[in-house]
Unconditional design. Structure first.
Length: 168
C-alpha cells in the first residue's frame, strides 16, 4: 500500500514539475519528459505489470489535462512501460547507464508514436523535420534530466524495498 501511495505522489509531483516549472527551462520550446523517465525507471526496477500500470495512470493524467483524444498518451505510456519492464530481468542497483539508454530509446518511440497518431494521420508527412526539430532535441534533454532523476527514483525504490523486507 505504501508503494502505491508513493507511485501516486511521484506521478503528481513530476506532472506538476513538468507542466509548471520546466516551461521556464525549455530550450527552443522543448522540455524534458519527466513522466516518461518515471515510467521507464519504474518498469526497469519493478517489472512489466508495474510499468504498465504506471504508464496507464501517467498517460491518463496527461490525456485528461492536455490530450485531444482520451487514451492516446495512456496507450503510448502503457506500451513503453510494458516493454521496458522486460529489462527488469537484467536490473542491477549499481547500473545507471542502461536505464538512461532505455530512456533515450523510449523517448524516440514516444516521439515516433506521437508523430504517427498526431501528425501522420492528419496528412503531415514531413517526418525528417519533426525528427530534427522535436524528437532529437527532446531525447537529448530528457536523457540529461534522467541522469539526475533516475538516481532519485532508484533511492526511493531501494528504501521502499527495505521497508517491505523489514515489514515481513
Amino acid at each position: 500500500m505504501k508503494r502505491i501511495i508513493v507511485y501516486f505522489l511521484e506521478i503528481i509531483i513530476l506532472f506538476v514539475i513538468q507542466t509548471s516549472t520546466f516551461h521556464y527551462f525549455g530550450l527552443a520550446n522543448i522540455m524534458p519528459n519527466l513522466l516518461l523517465i518515471l515510467v521507464v525507471s519504474t518498469a526497469y526496477m519493478r517489472g512489466r505489470m508495474t510499468g504498465l500500470g504506471i504508464g496507464f495512470f501517467t498517460g491518463l493524467l496527461v490525456d485528461i489535462v492536455y490530450g485531444e483524444l482520451i487514451g492516446l498518451y495512456a496507450f503510448i505510456y502503457m506500451i513503453i512501460g510494458y516493454f521496458m519492464g522486460y529489462a527488469n530481468k537484467i536490473y542491477s542497483n549499481d547500473d545507471y547507464t542502461l536505464p538512461i539508454f532505455f530512456v533515450a530509446v523510449s523517448d524516440f518511440v514516444y516521439g515516433f508514436f506521437y508523430y504517427i497518431f498526431g501528425f501522420l494521420l492528419r496528412g503531415r508527412l514531413n517526418l525528417l523535420f519533426y525528427m530534427r526539430r522535436i524528437i532529437l532535441p527532446e531525447i537529448i534533454y530528457t536523457v540529461a534530466a534522467s541522469v539526475f532523476l533516475y538516481k532519485i527514483l532508484n533511492i526511493i525504490n531501494n528504501r521502499l524495498d527495505r521497508i517491505e523486507i523489514e515489514g515481513e
